[in-house]
Design a protein around this ligand. Structure first.
Ligand code: ATP
Ligand code: MG
Length: 258
């Protein structure tokens, strides 16, 4: 099967510090891949190399290759802004634009890249809010500030904003870590629905969550503080949680770590 994302030999630096080393992995379209591993092993750093957000950090630099379909995201002449349109991101803390209405939050990305017909905007916003399982809760308050929603609603608003521009890939960095259990389940259900249309990569510290939502799981680790993080193994989630190939993976998922 054709890969949506194909990473080879990727290292990422913060100035002279190499945070992750020589990572290679392939991700199929319409799948959910979970990144797990101890704090500091480079999960967020690696995630941000997949849409060229890593280089936004001063000193941030990447070596290696990230193919999105048949395009090398680090190739010459590639515009990072257009990469971020194709590879959207949802963060740990819901970050709706605080002064904008619910409607304008969802419309923000579309307005920024101007790739829509004015007459269609309302339909796209509605479709995106429905896609994020938020429409019924906000349809009567589209003109109220997005920051007035609950945390779980705000996170679904951010997902609606991300999917409104129809990215190929959706990156999520611990999207539930600031949410209560009910909102967390709502997001997990949503991920199951969104993978019909998008390729999803999610970082999580919650092993049950990784097991529940993902098709593939990648375990990252670092040999010591100050050493670069590495990909230890990636495999079907079922396999990682029942019979991983590497002892360190087994130790981590069973809580015998450190
Ligand atoms: N802006 C930065 N400048 C310098 N070093 C950084 C920066 N951000 C992260 N690092 C370092 O890079 C390494 C990987 O960090 P990263 O945030 O990717 O880990 P993580 O696996 O996401 O951890 P966590 O599970 O705690 O979120 C760590 O050693 C971290 O201290
Ligand atoms: Mg992180």
């Amino acid at each position: 099967m054709a890969k949506r994302i194909d990473v080879s030999g990727l290292s990422a630096y913060y100035s002279s510090f190499r945070a992750i080393e020589d990572i290679s992995m392939a991700i199929e379209p319409r799948s959910v891949t979970a990144f797990i591993g101890p704090s500091g092993c480079g999960k967020s750093t690696f995630l941000r190399t997949l849409n060229r957000m890593h280089e936004v950090t001063p000193g941030g630099r990447v070596e290696g290759k990230v193919m999105l379909d048949d395009e090398n995201l680090y190739g010459a002449g590639i515009d990072p802004v257009s990469v971020r349109r194709e590879v959207g991101m949802v963060f740990q803390r819901p970050n709706p634009f605080p002064t904008m209405s619910v409607f304008d939050n969802v419309a923000a990305g579309l307005r920024l890249n101007g790739s829509y017909k004015k007459s269609e905007l309302g339909d796209i916003v509605e479709k995106s809010l429905k896609g994020a399982n938020l429409w019924n809760e906000v349809k009567d308050r589209l003109n109220k500030p997005g920051s007035g929603l609950s945390g779980g609603q705000q996170q679904r608003l951010c997902i609606a904003r991300a999917i409104a521009v129809e990215p190929k890939v959706l990156l999520m960095d611990e999207p539930c870590s600031a949410l209560d259990p009910i909102s967390t389940l709502a997001i997990e259900d949503l991920i199951g629905e969104l993978k019909e249309r998008f390729t999803i990569v999610i970082v999580t510290h919650n092993m049950q969550q990784a097991a529940r939502v993902s098709d593939r799981t990648a375990f990252f680790n670092l040999s010591a503080v100050g050493q670069p993080g590495k990909l230890i193994e990636i495999d079907d989630t079922e396999r990682i949680f029942s019979n991983p190939s590497v002892q360190a993976t087994e130790d981590y998922i069973s809580g015998r770590f450190g």
